[in-house]
Design a protein around this ligand. Structure first.
Ligand code: SAM
Length: 209
């Protein structure tokens, strides 16, 4: 599908999700969030990029001593994140509407990057991960948390079966983790199962050159 069309579809989908996103998704996804930010092992002064920050549900987990930049394609989702930044009084946070497949940041600009529940919700996960690699310094940490295709045969098949429906709702149910990481030359240092039914995977990589 045409990339501009896919981008518009995502924008339209999250324009609809934005008012109800926290109500529907917060409780399901909550346990993985703290774990994902914890895996960044944030040190005083670290610059960290959150890709597809959405409504900013991860914001409470960041220490005030890091410099956080959050980007998202959806202005409506980001509006909610702006409200959350104000409520939490976080002057260390900058938010920008931006397409994660071509980010307006210099090479090696960030110490660390994280994407929670985003990689399986973007039309082009390879392009997003390549961009994350580009903007994170060599040996910087990249953490992703998403649902990936099960390695169990029956469950994997089921996820293939429901994939067309899930795509319509805005995410991929059968994105396979190992080939995805291989395509962007990332090797996981840690893969942990999180959330309900251990259905999501928390992946920590080091940005080796
Ligand atoms: C399922 S939501 C996850 C939001 C948030 N990370 C969280 O943990 O709740 C996926 C987010 O990815 C964003 N997104 C999708 N495609 C994107 C792209 N190409 N660039 C930036 N953000 C994108 C959507 O707008 C949406 O806010």
């Amino acid at each position: 599908m045409d990339a501009a069309l896919e981008k518009r579809q995502v924008e339209r989908a999250y324009e609809l999700y934005a008012p109800v996103y926290d109500f529907i998704f917060d409780w399901i996804f909550a346990p993985g969030r703290a774990a994902a930010v914890r895996q960044l092992d944030l040190q005083r002064g670290d610059s960290v990029l959150e890709v597809g920050i959405g409504t900013g549900l991860n914001l409470p987990f960041y220490p005030p001593t890091c410099r956080l930049t959050g980007v998202d394609l959806s202005a409506e989702m980001l509006d909610k994140a702006v409200e959350r930044v104000q409520t939490l009084a976080m002057p260390n946070v900058t938010l920008k509407v931006m397409d994660a497949t071509s980010m307006d940041f210099a090479d090696d600009e960030f110490d660390k990057a994280v994407a929670t529940y985003t990689i399986s919700a973007v039309p082009d996960p390879v392009a997003v991960l390549r961009e994350m690699r580009r903007v994170v310094k060599p040996d910087g940490v990249i953490v992703i948390l998403s649902h990936f295709r099960s390695v169990r045969r029956v469950m994997g098949r089921l996820e293939d079966l429901v994939a067309p429906l899930c795509t319509r709702l805005g995410w991929k149910s059968n994105l396979a983790l190992t080939p995805l990481l291989a395509e962007v030359s990332l090797e996981p240092e840690l893969v942990a199962k999180v959330n309900m039914f251990n259905g999501w995977r928390l992946v920590k990589c080091v940005n080796r050159t």
